[in-house]
Write a protein that binds this ligand. Structure first.
Ligand SMILES: Cc1cc2nc3c(=O)[nH]c(=O)nc-3n(C[C@H](O)[C@H](O)[C@H](O)COP(=O)(O)OP(=O)(O)OC[C@H]3O[C@@H](n4cnc5c(N)ncnc54)[C@H](O)[C@@H]3O)c2cc1C
Length: 361
């Protein structure tokens, strides 16, 4: 029997590690290259919602996640600067877990299952090469349609929430606050500002870049506009300074996997609007959809081109509709008049609430 051909995965985020673990379950030799180190904080709402939870179960990770502090999230509430929605149940519970714990756990599991993890090593080889899968995360784009998009996150204590996840909308962005274990919460926001405007006023619609001290600036952003529910929620928050992180150059324009010449999984294919809480799920799902084709390639049953096309086809079929709905929802979230309507009607009208949940995951 000829030996299985090896697979190289560029990027040890959730998509790369899930794929690596799944390939090890199929006895495929795998190396993951990760430019950073574990454990580490990542900009993320830390709210896993959607079919990717099934992938975690099939990879044998759900129990381990629970041991590492994952907790179920069952309820959400939405707030605009003027309005608040009732607390609404999710149709399927989501999972809340710190990325610090999650990424570290998955890296450890990949190693334990015989994968080679080249931590703190950046892949500099060709990415369009046989046997190489790109899981290197979002493709940075500084300006999209005249806007710069950025994300910030930090953990905090002393925050009382009405629901497991609260979403707070403002003209400049939205903020998710979700319960984590032991009384901690994750505070994570997506914001935009006009390209070229470095001194906008954040409280009424534009990101402020006044302070020379980045950390102070993020704390200021997190506090929100005085008088809003968002401001009230975080007024007494004690932030964990070490968990602060930020990311810029985000693009939320849906892309198709088949349009790329590379074999891709996760955010490298495309990002989904964070409000859906479905990005991690898509990372897990796309990894799972890549497992069989890559195992067949590794075993010599199909060519690299066939494997790559099968993965892209599966991902596009699974994601096209939800990406379109998420892009539409994302646009609504940034229209000040639509925000109030969204907060008032989406959670109150059960049919609309169910429709939005179903179509975006
Ligand atoms: C503001 C915000 C909030 C979000 N909230 C949520 C949420 O609540 N729920 C949810 O499900 N999703 C959320 N997401 C999305 C979610 O975080 C991502 O979809 C998910 O992390 C994608 O995983 P990934 O593995 O594809 O990419 P990443 O996690 O970005 O991993 C890519 C990895 O590749 C490494 N890398 C890159 N280039 C190289 C190289 N050349 N060599 C070696 N390594 C390399 C990087 O260091 C990185 O670790 C949010 C995103 C944002 C921006």
């Amino acid at each position: 029997m000829p030996a299985n051909k090896p697979i190289t995965i560029v990027g040890g985020g959730l998509a790369g590690l899930a794929l690596g673990i799944g390939l090890r379950q199929r006895a495929v030799p795998v190396t993951v290259w990760e430019a950073g180190r574990y454990p580490r904080h990542r900009v993320c709402g830390e709210f896993i919602s959607g079919k990717g939870q099934g992938t975690l179960r099939r990879l044998g990770l759900s129990e381990l996640l629970a041991q590492a502090g994952a907790i179920p999230a069952r309820t959400t509430a939405f707030f605009s600067p003027q309005k608040g929605s009732p607390v609404r149940e999710l149709s399927e519970p989501a999972v809340s877990i710190s990325r610090y714990a999650l990424d570290g756990l998955m890296a450890e599991q990949f190693r334990q299952r015989g994968g080679e993890l080249r931590e703190n090593e950046r892949w500099r080889g060709a990415e369009i090469a046989e046997g190489v899968v790109r899981a290197s995360g979002r493709r940075a784009q500084p300006v999209v349609n005249g806007w710069r998009w950025f994300g910030v996150k930090a953990h905090a204590r002393k925050v009382e929430l009405a629901a497991d996840l609260e979403m707070h909308l403002s003209p400049s962005g939205y903020l998710g606050i979700s319960r984590l274990k032991d009384g901690e919460v994750n505070v994570c926001g997506l914001f935009r500002r006009r390209a070229g405007n470095a001194h906008g006023d954040f409280s009424n619609g534009e990101a402020r870049e006044k302070s020379a001290d980045g950390r102070e600036r993020w704390q200021e952003i997190f506090r929100g506009a005085p008088g809003s529910k968002w401001h009230e929620r975080l007024a007494g928050a004690e932030f964990d300074e070490d968990s602060f992180c930020s990311v810029a150059g985000l693009s939320l324009e849906p892309q198709r996997a088949a349009a790329s010449e590379e074999c891709c999984v996760g955010d490298t294919i495309t990002m989904i609007a964070p409000v859906t809480g479905n990005g991690m799920s898509m990372a897990f799902e796309s990894a799972e959809m890549a497992m069989e084709p890559l195992a067949e390639y590794s075993g010599g049953k199909i060519s690299w081109g066939e494997a790559q096309r099968a993965i892209a086809r599966r991902c596009d079929e699974a994601f096209a509709r939800r990406l379109a709905w998420a892009a539409w929802l994302q646009r609504l979230m940034f229209m000040p008049r639509a925000q109030n309507a969204l907060v008032l009607f989406a959670p109150r009208w059960l049919w609309l609430w169910k429709l939005l949940l179903e179509k975006t995951r």
